[in-house]
Design a protein around this ligand. Structure first.
Ligand SMILES: Cc1cc2nc3c(=O)[nH]c(=O)nc-3n(C[C@H](O)[C@H](O)[C@H](O)COP(=O)(O)OP(=O)(O)OC[C@H]3O[C@@H](n4cnc5c(N)ncnc54)[C@H](O)[C@@H]3O)c2cc1C
Length: 285
């Protein structure tokens, strides 16, 4: 390995990034597997000792998830139902060792089409905070992930947090993942969703997203729109139509054919809607 820096503050980190060409290292669970079989010659900025980069807090009207927050931190945190889907996704990322060290920012910055964090963060209207020396900007997750392994992160920038708007409405959120086996597996398809209802039990907002069925996770705007105003008791799953999945562009690969992935996405979405309705009404899905 070349240079190895492990700053204690964000200011030191961004100053180092401005001065050197450095690869950011968090949990290393994507970084190291990408370098198997070759010399480790990157100059590295390790972010795991930076004060305030880890943990979940409330900041004004938003929740703030520090970039170095691990999947285990998310599983263990005391959070409202808004985050049920994110907690379920956290439990699906690899196994216990990966969850103990892998971070939410690493998952987004690595920008794999199969990143389990991406679809659920889309359904939370999450944004990422990107800091450079002297400036910071906030970018919606949907704009941050640009393609397979492509993000909006620029040279000299570090992700410091993920922000999620607080909600005061009745809300349910959920996440479902399909892999070739139940645990420790890369996704073939994922469905994430958050549904908000008014006091009369009518849907006022629906955000649904599918992962691993396109280069980047995609929302389903036509289905979201079709759900607005419906009673949460109505058979929501029956509203799902093949046309709602038009935003997806799955690939054929070793894990599944494009046709199989679309089928899986539809089935997961139906199940997801049944679970979400059950969460709000208290009825079993
Ligand atoms: C055995 C195994 C199983 C896995 N299973 C899954 C799975 O089921 N689902 C899944 O989604 N993923 C899985 N992964 C991938 C990985 O664990 C996750 O993507 C994890 O969240 C990555 O986080 P990390 O902190 O380890 O990232 P790192 O490896 O440290 O970094 C990943 C990338 O993000 C960049 N980066 C990290 N933090 C920042 C920051 N703050 N600012 C700017 N850039 C940053 C790094 O430069 C690097 O390019 C698995 C990995 C392994 C090894």
């Amino acid at each position: 390995m070349g240079l190895y820096l492990r700053p204690r503050t964000i200011e030191e980190a961004v100053a180092a990034l401005a001065a050197h060409e450095l690869t950011v290292l968090a949990g290393g669970t994507d970084f190291y597997p990408a370098r198997v079989g070759r010399a480790l010659d990157d100059d590295v900025l390790d972010v795991t000792a930076i004060d305030g980069l880890r943990g979940i807090t409330v900041a004004g009207e938003h929740w703030r998830i520090g970039a170095a927050t691990t999947w285990r931190d998310i599983i263990d945190a005391d959070l409202p139902p808004l985050f049920d889907g994110l907690k379920l996704a956290a439990r699906e990322v690899g196994g216990a060792q990966i969850q103990n060290t892998g971070t939410i920012a690493g998952n987004l910055c690595n920008a794999s089409p199969a990143a389990d964090g991406a679809p659920v963060l889309l359904t939370l209207d999450a944004a990422v905070v990107l800091q450079r020396a002297g400036a910071s900007r906030t970018v919606p997750v949907g704009d941050f992930i640009r393609g397979n392994r492509r993000t909006a992160l620029q040279a000299g920038e570090i992700m410091t947090a993920i922000t999620v708007p607080q909600r005061t409405t009745r809300i349910a959120s959920h996440f479902l993942k399909l892999g070739a086996r139940r645990y420790l597996v890369i996704s073939i398809a994922m469905a994430a969703g958050a549904i908000e209802v008014d006091d009369a039990g009518r849907i006022t907002a629906a955000r649904l997203a599918i992962g691993a069925c396109s280069e980047v996770a995609r929302r389903l705007p036509d289905l979201e729109q079709a759900l607005i105003g419906l009673s949460i008791d109505s058979a929501l799953a029956q509203r799902v139509r093949a046309a709602h999945f038009a935003p997806l562009a799955p690939v054929d690969d070793v894990r599944g054919s494009a046709g199989y992935r679309i089928d899986a996405a539809e089935t997961l979405t139906r199940r997801l809607l049944s679970v979400l309705a059950g969460r709000i009404t208290g009825a079993p899905a």
